[in-house]
Design a protein around this ligand. Structure first.
Ligand code: 0RA
Length: 791
C-alpha cells in the first residue's frame, strides 16, 4: 500500500481554509446530520488510525463511548506531528485539527489510499463537536489541546514525558448540528468488526462505559476469515473459499468467494474499507467476468451435454462473495452514496479475474463440478418457474386482478397518502380493522408464521399464500423483470407484531423478505415497524400505557413524590433534583460493578474544584488523601500512597488491594464519566448530603443518608402499582390500539434502514440455518438480555 510514499512530515500537510463552511453546510462534508452522519464522525477518526496501521505503524485501536455522549478513539500510531508547521507557524496538531483537508489525504502521493466516505479529515469532526480534546504521544512527550466547536480554547502544550507514541481524540458531537447525538454501540461494533476483518492484524476494541459492554475484534485471515464469519451459520458447498488478488493500474483488488446451500446470492463489496451497499462498477465487473469465464470454460471443455445457456443468475445462486478494492479518489454515486461509480474499478476487477480465475478452474475440476451442478439445478428451477409464471400470467390476464380477501383496503388511491399495516394474527388484525382510519389506512392480517424465505427458492416463495397476499396488496409485482416500484399502492408499510419472541421472529422474517425481494422499498424509506407501548401500568382504577424507560421514570417519580415535602428544597425543584439524583446513584452503581469503590467515588464527586490540573499540586493531592484516610475510606486497602506520573507530570493516589488497584489519576479525574458524577453531585448538595428533613403524608422523617431518601421515594411509587410488561397486541381493545399504535398523531414508528434489514437477514440465518453451533451461541449470548428481542 505504501509503494508511492513520500516522506511525510510537517511540510507535506498543506493549509487550505478555515472551518466556518463546515458548520454552515455540514451535509456537504459528512453527507447528513442524522444518525448516519453522526456515526461518520467516529469513522473519520478511526480511518486515520487505520491509515497509520496500513502504513505499518499501529496495531491497536480503542473506541470508548462515554456517559456524556462523547467518544474516545485512541491508537498507538506515530501520533500527529507535534512540531511547528513551517507555513502556518503554528503547532502542526493545531493545523491538522483546525484546517480543512490538512490531513494530507488530498495531497496525492503521501497516502496511497485512505478510508473515510468523504475523506475529509479530523478537522471536520472538530468543527462539528461541542468539544474535542486531542492527546498526542510523540518524540518523547505527551501533548494536549482542547477545542470547542473547532476553535482552540487553550494553547497546544507539552504536559508530560513518555516513550510511547500514539493519538487519542475525545469529542462530543454538537447537538446544535446533529438531529440525534446518541451513538449506537451496535452500529459502531459492526463497523469495527468489519474494519478488523478488512485490515487483518489490527486489534480493535469498542467499549460502552454507561452499559459496561465491550467487544474486541482481531482477524488474521483478512477477507477470507470475514467470508467464513459471514457464512458461519450456513452449510458450505466449497469448504475452502477461493481467493484471488492483484493490482491493475494502481488499483488493488481482492476477491474471495464460496457457495452455501441457500438459493440467494450475497455480494459484499468494499472500496477503501467502505461498504458499498448499492454495489457499483467493481460488482458489475465481477459479475460480468464471472459469467463469461465460466461459460467459456464450459464451452472449451464441452462440460454440458445439453445445449443450455447458463445465466449469471444461475451461476450465482448460493454464491457468497466479498470484493474489496483499494484505489485513489473513488467516485461515489446513488441515493446514499453507497455505489461506486469509477469505471477504472470495473476494468481492474475484470483484469484480475481474467488473469486468475481461468487457471484456478483448470487446476480444480472437482470444484468446477460442484459449482456447475448447483448452477444447472438453478437453471432447471428457473425454467420451471418461467413456465409456471407464463400460465399464471395468461390466467390473470383474463381475470380482473383481485386484491386478497383478507385485505381491508383504504379509500385513498394516492400511494403517498396511504398506509398498509401488516398485522400478526387474525385477532389483532380484527382489532386493527375496527380502529383504523379507513380513509387512508389499510390492514392486512397474516396468519401465523410465514414461509422461511431463506430456505425457499423463488418459485416456492410465490406459491405461499401469505406472501402472495402481501405481493398483491402492495401491487408492485415481484422478481427481476416484474417488480415495479411505481405501482406500489402504499408509501408507508408498517409491520405490526407482538412484542414477544414469535413477534420478533415474524418481523425479522418480513424484513428479510423485503430485503431480499423488494429492497427498493427499504431504500426509499417506505418500510416501518410499529412500536406499541412497553408497559401497561395500573394504580387503583387508572390505567396508563408507557412508551419507554424515560416515561416510566417520570411516572414513577410523579407517584413517589406525591404527598412528600422536603424542608430545604422548593417544590418546583423536586422533579429535576430527584431525576438527577437517581442518575447519580445509578452511575455510582455502574462504576462499582467495575470494581471501583462506591464510597470513594461518592466522596470524590463532592470534592470542590477537583480537576485533572489539581493533580499538579502535591499539597492539594495530600489534602485529598488525608480526608479520604480520616473518613476511614482507605482502611480496606493493603497499601495506599501518592505517586508521581511523568506522562502527565502529575501526582496520583494509588490504592492497592488483593486483586488489583484503583488509581486516582488524570485519566480518571478527566474522564467524562467522573465529570458527569461531579455535575450530578450538585443536586446532592442542593438537597443536602446528610440528615435530610422530610414530611411524608404529614409525618416528619429524617433521612441520615441521601441515598436512603432516594431509594425510599423510588420504592414508595411502586407500592400498589401494577406494572405489566406489555406483550401482545391482542391485550388492547381497538380503542387502545388506535390511541397507542395506529393513530398517526400519537403512535411511534421506526423506519427500517438497509442496515437493519441486513442485520435481520443475518440474524435470520442464525436462527433458521442448518448449522447448530452459531445458533446455540447466539441464544446463549442473548439469553441474558432477552428483553432486547422485543422489537
Ligand atoms: C498527519 C500526519 C501524520 C499522521 C497523522 C496526521 C495522524 C492523524 C491521526 C488521527 C487519529 N490518529 C492519527 N494518527 C496519525 C503522519 C505522521 C508522520 O509522518 O510521522
Amino acid at each position: 500500500m505504501t509503494e508511492n510514499r513520500k516522506d511525510y512530515n510537517e511540510e507535506s500537510i498543506k493549509v487550505l481554509e478555515g472551518l466556518e463552511p463546515v458548520r454552515q453546510r455540514p451535509g456537504m462534508y459528512i453527507g447528513s446530520v442524522d444518525q448516519r452522519g453522526l456515526h461518520h464522525l467516529v469513522y473519520e477518526v478511526v480511518d486515520n488510525s487505520i491509515d497509520e496501521a496500513s502504513a505499518g505503524y499501529c496495531d491497536e485501536i480503542k473506541v470508548i463511548l462515554h456517559i456524556d455522549g462523547s467518544v474516545t478513539i485512541e491508537d498507538n500510531g506515530r501520533g500527529i506531528p507535534v512540531g511547528e508547521h513551517p507555513v502556518a507557524k503554528k503547532p502542526t496538531v493545531e493545523v491538522v485539527m483546525t484546517t480543512l483537508h490538512a490531513g494530507g489525504k488530498f495531497n496525492s502521493g503521501a497516502y496511497y489510499a485512505s478510508g473515510g466516505l468523504h475523506g475529509v479529515g479530523v478537522s471536520v469532526v472538530n468543527a462539528l463537536s461541542e468539544y474535542l480534546e486531542v492527546t498526542v504521544k510523540r518524540d518523547g512527550g505527551v501533548y494536549f489541546q482542547r477545542y470547542e466547536r473547532g476553535v482552540p480554547v487553550e494553547e497546544f502544550k507539552k504536559i508530560g514525558t513518555t516513550s510511547k507514541t500514539g493519538t487519542k481524540v475525545t469529542f462530543k458531537p454538537d447537538p446544535e448540528i446533529f438531529e440525534t447525538t446518541e451513538f449506537s454501540f451496535e452500529i459502531l461494533s459492526k463497523r469495527m468488526r468489519e474494519l478488523a476483518f478488512l485490515n487483518s492484524g489490527i486489534r480493535i476494541s469498542i467499549a460502552d462505559e454507561s452499559q459496561g459492554k465491550k467487544n474486541e475484534y482481531f482477524a488474521e485471515g483478512g477477507i477470507i476469515s470475514y467470508l467464513k464469519y459471514l457464512n458461519r451459520a450456513k452449510a458450505l458447498l466449497i469448504e475452502e473459499p477461493i481467493y484471488i488478488n492483484g493490482t491493475h493500474e494502481n488499483i488493488m483488488v481482492e476477491i474471495v468467494f464460496t457457495y452455501n446451500d441457500t438459493y440467494n446470492e450475497n455480494i459484499y463489496s468494499f472500496v477503501n474499507n467502505i461498504h458499498t451497499v448499492e454495489g457499483g462498477t467493481h460488482e458489475a465487473g465481477f459479475k460480468a467476468s464471472y459469467t463469461k469465464i465460466f461459460n467459456s470454460f464450459i464451452n472449451r471443455h464441452g462440460l454440458l451435454k445439453e445445449k443450455i445457456n447458463l445465466t449469471g443468475d444461475d451461476l450465482r445462486e448460493g454464491l457468497s462473495v466479498i470484493i474489496s478494492v483499494r484505489m485513489n479518489e473513488p467516485v461515489f454515486e446513488g441515493q446514499t452514496k453507497g455505489k461506486l461509480g469509477s469505471s477504472q474499478a470495473r476494468v481492474a476487477v475484470e483484469t484480475i479475474m481474467n488473469s486468475n480465475l481461468p487457471d484456478f478452474l483448470e487446476e480444480n475440476p472437482h470444484i468446477v463440478k460442484k459449482i456447475l451442478d448447483k448452477a444447472v439445478q438453478a437453471y432447471r428451477a428457473r425454467e420451471a418457474a418461467r413456465k409456471a409464471k407464463e400460465i399464471t400470467r395468461r390466467k390473470s390476464a383474463l381475470e380482473v386482478s383481485t386484491l386478497p380477501g383478507k385485505l381491508a383496503d383504504c379509500q385513498e388511491k394516492d400511494p403517498s397518502k396511504s398506509e398498509l399495516f401488516i398485522v400478526e394474527g387474525d385477532s389483532a388484525g380484527g382489532s386493527a380493522k375496527q380502529c383504523r382510519d379507513r380513509r387512508f389506512q389499510a390492514i392486512l392480517p397474516l396468519k401465523g408464521k410465514i414461509l422461511n424465505v431463506e430456505k425457499a427458492r423463488f418459485d416456492k416463495l410465490l406459491s405461499n399464500n401469505e406472501i402472495k397476499n402481501i405481493i398483491t396488496a402492495l401491487g408492485t409485482g415481484i422478481g427481476k423483470d416484474d417488480f415495479n416500484i411505481e405501482k406500489l399502492r402504499y408509501h408507508k408499510i408498517i409491520i405490526m407484531t407482538d412484542a414477544d419472541v414469535d413477534g420478533a421472529h415474524i418481523s425479522t422474517l418480513l424484513m428479510t423478505f423485503f430485503f431480499r425481494y423488494m429492497r427498493e422499498i427499504i431504500e426509499r424509506g417506505y418500510l416501518y415497524v410499529a412500536r406499541p407501548p412497553l408497559y401497561k401500568v395500573k394504580k387503583g382504577k387508572s390505567e396508563r400505557y408507557i412508551n419507554d424507560e424515560h416515561e416510566m421514570q417520570d411516572f414513577l417519580l410523579e407517584l413517589g413524590l406525591d404527598g412528600v415535602e422536603i424542608k430545604n428544597l422548593s417544590q418546583h425543584r423536586y422533579n429535576e433534583v430527584f431525576k438527577n439524583l437517581m442518575k447519580f446513584f445509578e452511575l455510582i452503581d455502574v462504576f462499582s460493578k467495575r470494581d471501583m469503590p462506591k464510597d470513594i467515588l461518592y466522596e470524590l464527586s463532592l470534592y470542590e474544584d477537583l480537576k485533572p490540573q489539581s493533580l499538579n499540586d502535591r499539597v492539594f493531592v495530600e489534602n485529598m488523601f488525608n480526608i479520604l484516610r480520616d473518613k476511614g475510606l482507605l482502611d480496606v486497602y493493603k497499601k495506599a500512597y501518592i505517586d508521581f506520573n511523568p506522562e502527565y507530570g502529575r501526582y496520583n493516589i494509588i490504592l492497592e488491594h488483593d486483586k488489583g488497584m484503583f488509581i486516582i489519576n488524570t485519566d480518571f479525574i478527566g474522564s467524562p464519566e467522573f465529570k458527569e458524577l461531579q455535575r450530578l453531585s450538585k443536586f446532592a448538595k442542593e438537597i443536602g448530603i446528610d440528615n435530610i428533613k422530610v414530611t411524608i403524608d404529614n409525618e416528619d422523617i429524617v433521612f441520615e443518608k441521601l441515598q436512603d431518601l432516594v431509594s425510599y421515594i423510588e420504592n414508595r411509587a411502586k407500592k400498589g402499582l401494577n406494572i405489566q410488561r406489555y406483550k401482545g397486541l391482542g391485550e388492547m381493545n381497538p380503542e387502545q390500539l388506535w390511541e397507542t399504535t395506529v393513530d398517526p398523531e400519537r403512535r411511534t414508528l421506526y423506519r427500517i434502514t438497509i442496515n437493519d434489514a441486513e442485520e435481520a437477514d443475518e440474524l435470520f440465518s442464525l436462527l433458521m440455518g442448518d448449522v447448530v453451533a452459531p445458533r446455540r451461541e447466539f441464544i446463549e449470548t442473548n439469553a441474558l438480555n432477552a428483553k432486547n428481542i422485543d422489537i
